[in-house]
Design a protein around this ligand. Structure first.
Ligand SMILES: Nc1ncnc2c1ncn2[C@@H]1O[C@H](COP(=O)(O)OP(=O)(O)OP(=O)(O)O)[C@@H](O)[C@H]1O
Length: 224
């Protein structure tokens, strides 16, 4: 479902005379449906960079990144948007939303974008918010003023609203208490069980050991 082959990347520092800093070389990764692969390696090793390339946020310098058969490295922006709508979900560490949009709409939005009926999208959003212990009185408010943990749970609810065949998870349990962490781990296990291919960054070692079928240390992809 996700295949990374011979991927390399340089960051070009435009504000420093266009200096090119190589950050990755010969990256390889393969994730099958129903499998969870954890990216490991010290801070700065390139875990987030690889994940952002898979999502199409960072341009791929060299090599192939195929997601459900689409080469993200060569795809047109329109194809990447389609891939994100239907196939590839991404739960980043931080929630980014438009101001004044109610929480329940933030969560339902990926379903509405797929043409799911409004009532159905709303009830799926409400079920996820309930599961993730976001009190009902907050559903009609914008999440912009929520606590860090509440925002993270809204972000997770949004990322799990549609059953994406492939998921990228960046520290999904980072600021959660024990009960909510458990709920999120269960959601991820359910996604695996229905066949989602998952790439995750988990600094939470116990979470990583529980969820990951394999670990890939990105330090191996450091430029020589
Ligand atoms: N937009 C950017 N421009 C220039 N350099 C960048 C950019 N993004 C990341 N880097 C550099 O690429 C390297 C890898 O960073 P990355 O964030 O991928 O590491 P990481 O393994 O995810 O680290 P952490 O665990 O701390 O999040 C770092 O040296 C970082 O400074």
């Amino acid at each position: 479902m996700i295949r990374v082959e011979g991927v390399g990347k340089d960051f070009v520092l435009h504000n420093q005379g266009g200096t090119a800093i190589p950050v990755m070389e010969r990256a390889e990764l393969e994730v099958a449906p129903g499998e969870c692969v954890a990216l490991t390696g010290a801070s700065g090793a390139g875990k987030s960079t690889l994940m952002r390339m898979i999502y199409g946020n960072y341009r791929v310098g060299r090599g192939v990144i195929a997601v459900d058969g689409l080469d993200v490295a060569q795809a047109a922006p329109r194809e990447i948007l389609e891939l994100r709508r239907w196939t590839l979900g991404y739960v980043s560490q931080f929630l980014r939303v438009l101001p004044r949009v109610p929480t329940v709409e933030v969560v339902a939005e990926p379903l509405l974008a797929l043409g799911v009926d409004e009532g159905e999208a709303q009830s799926r959003a409400e079920a996820l918010l309930t599961r993730l212990n976001i009190p009902e009185r907050l559903w009609t408010l914008s999440p912009t003023t929520f606590s860090g943990g509440e925002q993270q749970r809204v972000n997770i609810a949004r990322g799990f609203a549609h059953e994406y065949p492939a998921l990228l998870l960046d520290e999904p349990t980072a600021s959660l208490d024990a009960a909510n962490r458990e709920e999120v781990l269960t959601l991820i296990e359910e996604a695996k069980a229905r066949g989602a291919a998952i790439v995750g960054i988990f600094h939470d070692v116990a979470a990583r050991q529980r969820l990951a079928d394999r670990e890939v240390d990105v330090t191996a992809f450091a430029p020589a």
